[in-house]
Design a protein around this ligand. Structure first.
Ligand code: NAI
Ligand code: MG
Length: 348
């Protein structure tokens, strides 16, 4: 008789973060422990928590850890306003060239605006209008009379994210990829993304269906009939806007996970921020970060563990009727975590 082998351990960096971060990270950690996840955590600081000790919201020690593990689960970070620190999230994206932002949106809590939603948004994370090439032109005594921003989309960057989207569709058994753009107006900037998309689609002909939408029409269609979509791939700013719209279809920020994937690392997080208004009250919803952990399990090839985690979440919500106040319930973070741990123990 051989014992069932526990999955091989994988080192990963764990960043508790700010505000509600430590509360939800602690909960996620204990749920993953019960699940028998392969992750061996290396805890490192970032955000306000790191400024106190290191004088930098993204200390070299934390970067070095991610450089080594190439894998991180990150609690939300508070971005200090007007203190000369650049956004840690933007620094992480640049440092590890995290070009793909993956945001799946699935129905988990019944009775939200739409049921049976299962969509994935894939957003280009480094180019477009987010390059921040901005300046003002003064006229007379108004120094800000004219504001100018330049967007940059490269053929190489478009190829990389579009290939990522089609490969993702193949890997996860999806049927269709919709390329979202505004090539009718931004003929160069958005045009290069669309033409590259149609070119890449040919490589997947017969395996993955391709479709294209202008971004405004896509926004409306997501409200009228979201089920017509499957995987959506788009440029940085459109992806930012559409992913929030899509999170709204299934119940908002408390249920939205995200993965930032690049050549040198993959960082998983909740889409929401550090929620300073409820920090320390023990009522933060841990589900977004738990779903981010499920994405991380899939990323390392542990699809079965990810499915078990999602099934336990489903049961906690639908059968135990335990949800935090943001979803209309009255449970605490700890009660939700305890129920999940119970569920996982009984289905082990
Ligand atoms: P936020 O997402 O932290 O909060 C918005 C609202 O949603 C608040 O009312 C909050 O209580 C609620 N909320 C968020 N997550 C929740 C959860 N898990 N459970 C229950 N309720 C939840 O956005 P806000 O207030 O604009 O930003 C706060 C800080 O977080 C800022 O410093 C911002 O820069 C940072 N932030 C960090 C992000 C990251 O690290 N990825 C992403 C977004 C914001
Ligand atoms: Mg956003």
């Amino acid at each position: 008789m051989t014992e069932p082998s526990r999955a091989k351990q994988i080192e990963a960096t764990l960043i508790p973060g700010d505000g509600i971060g430590p509360e939800i990270v602690e909960g996620v950690r204990s749920v993953l422990e019960t699940l028998g996840s392969p992750f061996l955590w290396v805890e490192r600081a970032a955000g306000m928590a790191a400024i106190a000790t290191y004088g930098d919201p993204l200390p070299e020690e934390t970067l070095a850890s991610i450089r080594r593990t190439k894998l991180a689960l990150k609690g939300p970070l508070t971005t200090p306003v007007g203190e000369g620190f650049r956004s840690v999230n933007v620094r992480l994206r640049e440092e590890f060239e995290l070009y793909a932002n993956v945001r799946p949106v699935r129905s988990l809590v019944p009775g939200q605006r739409y049921d049976n939603i299962d969509l994935v948004l894939i957003r280009e994370n480094l180019e477009g209008l987010y390059v921040g090439f901005e300046h003002y032109v003064p006229i007379g005594d108004d120094p800000h009379a004219v504001a100018i921003a330049s967007g940059i989309n490269t053929r190489a960057g478009a190829r990389r994210i579009l290939r990522f989207a089609f490969d993702y569709a193949l890997r996860y058994g999806r049927r269709k990829v919709t390329v979202v753009h505004k090539a009718n107006v931004l003929k160069a900037l958005s045009g290069v993304f669309l033409t590259t998309g149609l070119e890449i689609a040919k490589e997947y002909a017969g395996r993955i269906e391709v479709d294209q939408r202008i971004v405004d029409a896509c926004a409306m269609q997501l409200v009228i009939n979201p089920w017509q979509f499957d995987v959506i791939v788009t440029t940085n700013l459109f992806g930012d806007i559409l992913s929030d719209e899509m999170a709204g279809l299934v119940g908002g920020l408390g249920l939205a996970p995200g993965a930032n994937i690049g050549e040198r690392a993959a960082i998983f997080e909740a889409v929401h921020g550090s929620a300073p208004d409820i920090a320390g009250r023990g009522i933060a919803n841990p589900i977004s970060l738990l779903l981010a952990a499920a994405l991380m399990l899939e990323h390392v090839g542990q699809e079965q563990l990810a499915d078990r985690l999602r099934a336990a979440l489903h049961a906690t919500i639908q059968q135990d009727h335990l949800t935090t106040p943001d979803l209309g319930g009255s449970a605490s973070t700890r009660q939700v975590i305890a129920a999940l741990v119970r569920r996982l123990k009984t289905t082990a």
